[in-house]
Design a protein around this ligand. Structure first.
Ligand SMILES: NC(=O)c1ccc[n+]([C@@H]2O[C@H](COP(=O)([O-])OP(=O)(O)OC[C@H]3O[C@@H](n4cnc5c(N)ncnc54)[C@H](OP(=O)(O)O)[C@@H]3O)[C@@H](O)[C@H]2O)c1
Length: 243
């Protein structure tokens, strides 16, 4: 039976490459995007490569879009095997420095609305469909920025980079990963968090060393875990990293 996956923020960057790599495994991939034009453009590029990709309009901070997505997947496929929570924003402006004393509340709220609340709301809504899969996989695309370990370690390269809104939203996402993995431990559903590394995208900038294709690999591997695979982990390129 064909596996069905949904990738949020699939129109560009790591999300787009995640859609491509999952579809290349003969998985039917729903490419979620908040902008219809951008989503359809991405769908067309991948379909031209003979990949089984279907655009779905999904702004993860819009409850109506979430309801529509759930209803559509239920009607069309009756289950969901893989959910990659990739969509996110970086609204702090600067990567360098520590803006915790001055970051506007609006920046914090807008960041959390998408990176955290939107992700949690979508996941909760789709869980009944994911539980219908023989081997459900939920991958939260997190970031090393969410790691307490990295932020407490003076010798870590990330130590000087403390954009508070983005980092805190990813720490909260990590907590969601741990709690959800625990809640689902007796089921067929595995939940893990991925750190893609520093990747050349709108969020990562042109300075980043990794390509989106390389950045997508950690999340894709977690989406394809077999029954013996782990749950409740935070990893990058196959190595567990500090929470
Ligand atoms: N690049 C890095 O170095 C790096 C490092 C660590 C973690 N990450 C994580 O990797 C993931 C992908 O980011 P990226 O680097 O590929 O950045 P990106 O190119 O900016 O992609 C972000 C994607 O999220 C989408 N998005 C934002 N808000 C959304 C919403 N409300 N609903 C639906 N989609 C929404 C964007 O859509 P629009 O095109 O409409 O804006 C875009 O498709 C994110 O979770 C990010 O935090 C990236």
């Amino acid at each position: 039976m064909t596996k069905i996956a949904l990738v949020t923020g699939g129109n560009k960057g790591i999300g787009f490459e995640t859609v491509r790599q999952l579809a290349a495994q003969n998985i039917k991939v729903l490419l979620g995007a908040r902008n219809e034009q951008e989503g359809k453009k991405a769908e067309e590029i991948l379909q031209d490569d003979s990949l089984d990709v279907e655009f779905i309009k999904l702004d993860i901070s819009d409850s109506q879009d979430i309801e529509n997505t759930k209803a559509y997947i239920e009607r069309a496929y009756g289950k969901l095997d893989i959910l990659v929570n990739n969509a996110a924003v970086f609204l702090d402006g600067e990567w360098f420095g520590n803006n915790v004393e001055s970051v506007p509340m609006k920046t914090l709220r807008d960041t959390f609305d998408i990176n955290y609340f939107g992700t949690v709301e979508l996941t909760q809504a789709l869980l009944p469909l994911i539980k219908k899969s023989d081997a459900g996989r939920i991958v939260n695309i997190s970031s090393l920025s969410g790691s307490f370990g990295a932020h407490l370690d003076k010798n870590h390269w990330l130590y000087q980079l403390k954009p508070f809104a983005y980092s805190a939203s990813k720490t909260a996402l990590n907590q969601f990963t741990v709690f959800l993995a625990n809640a689902l431990k007796e089921t067929n559903v595995k939940v893990n968090a991925a750190s893609p590394g520093w990747v050349k995208t709108s969020i990562g900038s042109d300075e980043a060393p990794l390509t989106p294709e390389e950045g997508a690999k950690t999340g894709v591997a977690l989406a394809l875990l077999d029954d013996n695979g782990p749950a409740g982990t935070f990893s990058q390129a196959g190595e567990n990293i500090t929470w």
